[in-house]
Design a protein around this ligand. Structure first.
Ligand SMILES: Cc1ncc(COP(=O)(O)O)c(C=O)c1O
Length: 466
């Protein structure tokens, strides 16, 4: 390696030559520099040119919930690594036990935490639990797992098999059997769903849940072992379920002996103002998965949390040598994850960040509502807490989605202004039309105002004045 390793022009050249970035076409990097984020503090980050950006998506993908530059988390991780960095997860660790207690204290009804290191992996564990239970209890028959259109559960082949993002899945098949789709519950697009003709509000919510029941009956209840849902759909367009949906989903799962898996990878740990998204709906899951906000990206950690009832199914017959969860995640034994997660959770509590999330979420929702009055391209604004989306349409009456290129032009314009926002992208053909906002839970009213003013400008530049 030649020269000063911190020379930014050399860093850019090394990146251009050797790094394969996520989710991006690299041809433009032949003429344009890849973006390198060099530093972060609070809700702001600085790039290689020293340009400041306000980050309205918490690290791009709703992750850095407590903001950048938290020395207290870094110190806790450092101290833990020096003392004991790793041992395989068949054994315990001090931060692992401590965080499991803290976490389950926030989740009445849930008692066991299985550690791994990404949201995809946490969901794979849940699927393996459902499959093993099928073998143990139902002669392998109750193996199918239902998932919902427009939900996303990860990037592995197994989680893509349960992914409702057709465009994201394209070219990566064939996928494994046993994953069955159920319809989405986006009321704004009810007019495109035959079964939802003329329905709205609670009636739509109940009907959407009944569609799940229809799929269970069609497949055969004795073949369906699990249902995985995001509490509020994230990358699928920030979809808040209508009234009536969750209670009916819960009843259906109970009635047909289907384990309810809730994917809290985005909503988990404060994003909606509750500790978990499902806690907005008084629902009792069997398995809950989480990742991103658990340690705000300070260390890789994911959790698959279960009820005692699920856990007991894996220890009820110790004489059977196959009767335990025969799964391992090497890096699930890293202690940095739970060490960071402990401090992350303490910060949220001590700084009252859930209360701030509710207050700032309401502030941002109000702002986006004003933008919708000004810009007819905004068809609907939706969300909960600091988890918000604005669906863009060509025409409010027909609700024809705006072109993805225009939606991306808004994101690009904001980026040029030093404002990082997100948008659904390459997920469903023709429906990549929702702007996404998930600023850190520490955001202030001034931060939110700055973001919304930038979006206003971008909308005016890309779509004209109204
Ligand atoms: C709801 C949801 N589940 C699971 C995942 C997968 O998480 P990971 O990228 O950590 O594997 C994501 C990632 O965006 C997600 O949004």
């Amino acid at each position: 390696m030649d020269g000063n390793i911190n020379d930014i022009s050399q860093i850019i050249e090394r990146d251009r030559a050797h790094v394969w970035h996520h989710l991006i076409q690299h041809a433009p990097f032949e003429t344009v520099d890849p973006k390198i984020i060099v530093e972060g503090k609070g809700v702001r980050v600085w790039d290689q040119d020293g340009k400041e950006h306000i980050d309205a998506v918490s690290g791009g993908v709703w992750t850095v919930n407590v903001g950048y530059g938290r020395e207290r988390i870094a110190d806790a991780v450092r101290d833990q690594l020096v003392k004991m960095n790793y041992f395989a997860g068949a054994t315990g660790s001090i931060p692992g036990a401590t965080f499991a207690q803290m976490l389950t204290d926030k989740m009445p009804g849930m008692t066991r935490v299985y550690y791994s290191n990404s949201g995809s992996e946490a969901n794979e564990k849940a699927y393996k639990m459902v499959r093993q239970i099928a073998h143990k209890r139902y002669a392998g028959k109750k193996y199918k797992i239902l998932y919902r259109e427009r939900d996303y559960h990860g990037t592995t082949i197994g989680t893509m098999a349960s992914g409702g993002h057709h465009q994201r899945n394209a070219q990566y098949g064939p996928f494994p059997d046993g994953f069955i789709p159920v319809p989405h519950c986006l009321e704004y697009r009810a007019h495109e769903q035959e079964w939802a003709e003329g329905l709205s509000g609670e009636a739509y919510g109940i009907a959407a849940a009944k569609e799940i029941e229809k799929v269970i009956l069609r497949e055969g209840p004795d073949t369906v072992g699990g249902l995985i849902l995001e509490p509020i759909t994230a990358g699928g367009g920030v979809i808040v379920p209508p009234e009536g949906y969750w209670p009916r989903v819960q009843e259906i799962c109970k009635q047909y002996g289907v384990l309810l898996i809730i994917d809290e990878v985005v909503c988990g740990v404060g994003r909606t103002g509750e500790w978990f998204g499902y806690q907005n709906y008084d629902v009792k899951p069997d398995i809950v998965t989480m990742a991103k906000g658990v340690a705000s990206g300070y260390a890789a950690i994911s959790c698959t949390v279960t009820t005692e009832e699920v856990f007991q199914m894996f220890k009820d017959d110790a004489s059977d040598p196959m009767n335990y969860f025969r799964d391992i995640s090497t890096f699930g034994g890293c202690t940095a994850g739970p060490a960071a997660a402990i401090e992350n959770m303490k910060i949220i509590e001590e700084e009252n960040l859930r209360e701030n999330t509710l207050a700032m979420g309401a502030h941002m929702m109000g702002h986006l509502g004003e933008l919708a009055e000004k810009h007819s391209v905004i068809g609907e604004v939706r969300g909960k807490g600091l988890f918000l989306g604005a669906e863009l349409v060509k025409d409010r009456d027909s609700r024809t989605p705006a072109d993805e290129a225009h939606v991306q032009a808004i994101v690009k314009d904001c980026m040029a202004q030093g404002i990082v926002i997100g948008a659904t992208n390459r997920s469903f053909h023709g429906y990549n039309n929702t702007l996404c906002f998930s600023p850190a839970l520490i955001s202030t009213a001034d931060d939110i105002d700055q973001v919304c003013a930038g979006v206003d400008e971008a909308l005016t530049r890309v779509f004209g004045a109204a």
